[in-house]
Every structure is written in structure tokens, then in C-alpha cells.
Design a protein around this ligand. Sequence first.
Ligand SMILES: NC(=O)c1ccc[n+]([C@@H]2O[C@H](COP(=O)([O-])OP(=O)(O)OC[C@H]3O[C@@H](n4cnc5c(N)ncnc54)[C@H](O)[C@@H]3O)[C@@H](O)[C@H]2O)c1
Ligand SMILES: O=C(O)C[C@H](O)C(=O)O
Ligand SMILES: [Mg+2]
Length: 631
Amino acid sequence: MSNFSSQLRLSSSLIKRFKHQMATNVSMMMMMMTERRSFTTVEWHRPTIIHKRSLDILHDPWFNKGTAFSTTERDRLDLRGLLPPTVMTAQQQIDRFMVDLKKLEKNARDGPSDPYALAKWRILNRLHDRNETMYYKVLIDNIKEYAPLVYTPTVGLVCQNYSSLFRRPRGMYFSAADRGEMMSMVYNWPSDQVDMIVVTDGSRILGLGDLGVQGIGIAIGKLDLYVAAAGINPQRVLPVMIDVGTNNEMLLKHPLYLGLQQHRLDGEEYLSVIDEFMEAVFTRWPNVIVQFEDFQSKWAFKLLQRYRHTYRMFNDDVQGTAGVAIAGLLGAVRAQGKPMIDFPKQKIVLAGAGSAGIGVANTACNTMARMLGNSESAIESARSQFWVVDAMGLITEDRANIDPEVLPFARKMKEVGYQGLREGASLVEVVRQVNPDVLLGLSAVGSLFSKEVLEAMKHSTSTRPAIFALSNPTKNAECTPEEAFSIVGHHIIFASGSPFKNVDLGNGTVGHCNQGNNMYLFPGIGLGTLLSGSPVISDGMLQAAAECLATYMKEEEVLNGIIYPSISSIRDITKEIAAAVVREAIEEDLAEGYRDMDARDLQKLNQDEIVAFVKNNMWNPDYPTVVYKRD
Ligand SMILES: NC(=O)c1ccc[n+]([C@@H]2O[C@H](COP(=O)([O-])OP(=O)(O)OC[C@H]3O[C@@H](n4cnc5c(N)ncnc54)[C@H](O)[C@@H]3O)[C@@H](O)[C@H]2O)c1
Ligand SMILES: O=C(O)C[C@H](O)C(=O)O
Ligand SMILES: [Mg+2]
């Protein structure tokens, strides 16, 4: 017992000594650490433990750091691709915010026709971030008023200012730095079902040029219309930005630019990034439809040819614009009191030989050729109705280094000779010599249809000359409706890409300003393709969409110069176009069905049933009943 108690005393004094030793060691270690700290810049903090990943973090104001998440954090927390690629410091984030705050007034003044456009966009955008159902209800119920904010023209201003406007990410960013990762990072997107992707590489945003990563705004704007006009469920849309760099030197030099600060990838390197993206999204969502938007012409045609026979994809600027233009051109024929079959007689001067211009020329030419019997000579004769003018003037066979897509529209040298024209003739010279029925602008050059050009249009051989100033946004329109009606005359048919107000011509008459924009087609093309289950988007499906739009307008409207529907009826027109696309897919034996409507069921539907099928599958902005269920 005594032995035991002495052992106990001994051990308690040992413990005391040990404790003392430990305390001395700890304080020495602390001193050493403090000393070491004073020599290093690294601060060690306890991490914050969170129980969420991916978008849940970005949408949680307690934990969200936005663009300040480091690359390792982005990988650790499944955030790769959910933010623009550049990692910003906290100070840079504040700088961006302050620049934006201070610029608000100036930007609002720059807004196209509404001085408060950008401020209104912000309010709508905040609602979009808080409550999607309410946002789309507001948008659908006020589409005429708010489409110009979420779409052209304000969306252009938003893209130009995106790096300072950025608050919360929307959509996915695949960058050149993500090569080899895309197959896995695509799973960072929280939704297992995606119906529509709109993708851009930001290289030609509207008529505003290369805006790099900031171009994501156009993909968001287009998908807003997919939801509002086509009733695609907002939880199943995905805006995508493929950031391969930018050649916009101003952005490259800008310290707050959110995209990759490098020049654009080109050639095989560029293609491999787009290939990897396509492979990744179609692996995760085999039934998705991918709309290519605002790719520079150099790649627009090539990518379309590369993918259109294997993937459910289309290029809106090439194919959507072409369909809308055809509908308008046929409307202009009807407005002259002539049958549509007279279309092949129309002389068309086209200003702009990019993705949009050549897309229109091809489709218009094919339509004429079909009306003429589709023989070799029909195609030749159709081509001879087009005079294409680009930045270097009239395009002829004499043009050096002509793009293969443009070549079919190069005027023959012997013809231009007797028409008093030459390679590179100016737009005004061409209009003076040709006296066209139609003057169509897809040049991205504001005011290109100058007083002289419009004066020359007075000698048009048409009883109702058509002037289509289709470039976007507003300041890039080739002319305003006021200029066209006042210079050429009250009898013209006018259309613009971005919205303008009708013109008061006096004596109670109105000069109608039609909005000739691909927004009338792409939502219906996407919805129709989705519901038909067609694995590709055929020329016939695109043609059916265009024809449906062309015949949508009533005779008396067309005679009054109204060749496109009002945007207020965009949901109805989209439903009809989607039904036309489904019908064509069935006829071409491409329709594989959608959900419980299989190919055989689809084939049994009559016209009205197809329209009803489309209508029943359109999402409406009504709150669902919500119940809680444990995992
Ligand atoms: N309304 C619509 O639905 C719609 C659809 C697609 C594109 N767009 C607009 O069309 C414009 C062009 O788009 P894109 O993809 O073809 O662009 P792009 O850059 O590929 O082509 C522009 C073309 O215009 C030509 N051009 C430049 N200056 C000219 C001049 N002074 N005279 C004649 N031609 C000139 C260029 O040489 C080029 O051929 C953009 O403003 C875009 O917003 C409108
Ligand atoms: O975006 C638009 O308003 C139309 C078109 O896609 C364009 O590029 O201008
Ligand atoms: Mg576009």
C-alpha cells in the first residue's frame, strides 16, 4: 500500500514535471512559429467546413466567393466550368463592382432607345437569380416591352459590360484551359436533363465583334426566348461559353476581364476544343439540342458542316436568319399583290457576305431554284438574281482569295461589264445600276444605307421596294425606318433586326417597322426538333419552319406592309412552327418520338393533334405545389 502510494506520488510529480516540460515546449514552439511567421507571407487558417458542392455554394451568400474561388477550390468543390476561367483577387472583385457602379449612369445613357435599359435589365436579372418562375411570368406577360431588354438590343450592351456586371454565374464556361477535363466537368452541371444548349465562342456578338467570354450574355438571352416563346422548361436549358481566348486587344489589356487572357486558339487546336465540348455534352445528355450562336463566319460554316449530320445542332445565324429572311422576302412579294411563285424574279442586293448574309443568299437561292424546277439552269438563273457586296465592294469572279461559301455568288465578269459594274463596285453604284427589288443589309455597319443609297432605291423596279436593315444591335442597323420611309417613299416594306417604333407618315398612315429577327424561328426549330426526337435537323425541317412563318401573316396584313408577326404573338407562332417542324420530321421518317410519344404514335397524329401535342409540352410559368421529402 505504502509502496503503491509512493509510486502514486512519484507519478504525480512526474506528471507535473511532464506538464511543465510540455508547457515550455509549446511556448517555445509558439515563439518559433511566431518568428517563422514573421519571415513568411503565408497565413494558415482553419478551413470552413461546408456540406454542399457545385452551384449550391455559388448560390449561398454565406459561402460564395464568386470569381475568387481558387483553381484548387474549383476542382475540390465541383465548381470547374461553373465560373468564368479567370481567378480574381478580392480587391479585383471590388474594383469590378465599383467600376460598374460608377458606370451605371453612363451605360444607361448609352442604352439604345431606352435611357434606362441597362438599369431595367439589372432589376430583371436579379429577379431571374431569385425566382425563375416569376421572372418568366413577367417576361412572357410583357414580352413586347422586355424582349428588347433580355434580347437585342440591350443584351449587346450587357455583353459589352459583362465583366463589370457579373454577379452570379449562369450557365457553363468551357475554356481552353479545360482541355481533357470536359467529359468530367460536364457533370458539375446540376441538372440531369438538359433539352437546349445555346453555345457561343464570343467571336462575333451581334454586330459588336469579338467580346470573348463576355459573349455568354447572348446565349443567356437566346435561352430566355426558348423559355418564354417555346416553353422549354427553364431547368433544362444551359447557356454555354467556350472561351478559347479573344483577339479583342482592349479586353486582353483590361485588368478586370474575366476570360482567358490569351489570343484565340485557331486551326486544329480550336477544333479539338469544340470537338471535346460536343462529345462531352452529348455523352451526358444524348438528346440535347445545341444551337451555335454568334461564331465568326470563318468557323460558323465549317462547324455546321462538321457536326450537322451527326449531332442535333444548328447554327442560328446561318440557318435561323435565312429562314426569317425568306419569310420576309416572300412577304415582300405578296405585298406587291403578286403570288409567291414570282419570287425568282426579284433582284436582290445583299450588303454583307458573312455567316448571316451568305446563309440568307443560299437559302433564298435554293427557294428560287425549287420554284423554277431545280434544274442546273434553274440554279444558275436563281444565282443571277443576287448581287453581293461586302467590305471590299461588289464580289465578282475577279475577287482574290474568295471564300468557298461566297464563290457561288460572285458575279460573272462578262455580266458585270454590260451592267456597268466591276469588281469592288460600291454599294451605291450597284444599287444605281441594278435598281433592285430588295436591298438587304447584314453587314453590321450602322448607317451603311446612306442617303445616296436610299435615293438610288427610289428607282427600284418593284412597286413596293423592300429595305431590310437586319444588322444588330440598334446602332448597327444599316438605316432607320424614318430614313427609309422619308427618302425612298411611303410605299416601301421595311424590316430591321432590332426593334424600332413604327413611323408616323402623316394623314393617319403608319409606316410599319417589322422586326426581321431570327427570334421568330429558332425557338420553334428547337422545340419541334425536341418533340419530334429527330437525331438531326434537316434542310426540310428548316424549310418547313420558314414556310410556316411566311404563311402565318394574313393577306390584308401583308398588303399593309406587315410581313412579320408582332412579338406579342411569339408563343403562338413558335407553337405553329414547332408543329411544322415535327410534321416534316415525321414525313422524312426522322421522328423517333419524345417521352411516351414514340415514333409510331407520332405518325398517327393529324395536323391539329400535332399542334395540341406541341402545346401540351410547353412549360408555363405557374408555381408547382412543393412537398418536402427526406433523402
Ligand atoms: N436580324 C437577324 O436575325 C440577324 C441574324 C444574324 C445576324 N444578324 C446581324 O448581321 C450582322 C452580320 O452578321 P454576320 O455573322 O454575317 O457577320 P460577319 O462579320 O460574318 O459578316 C459581316 C459582313 O459584312 C461585310 N461588310 C463589312 N463592311 C461592309 C460594308 N461597308 N459594305 C458592305 N458589306 C460590309 C463584311 O465584309 C462581311 O462580309 C450582325 O450585325 C448581326 O447582328 C442579324
Ligand atoms: O441575336 C439577334 O438578335 C439576332 C442574331 O442572332 C444576331 O446575331 O444578330
Ligand atoms: Mg446571332
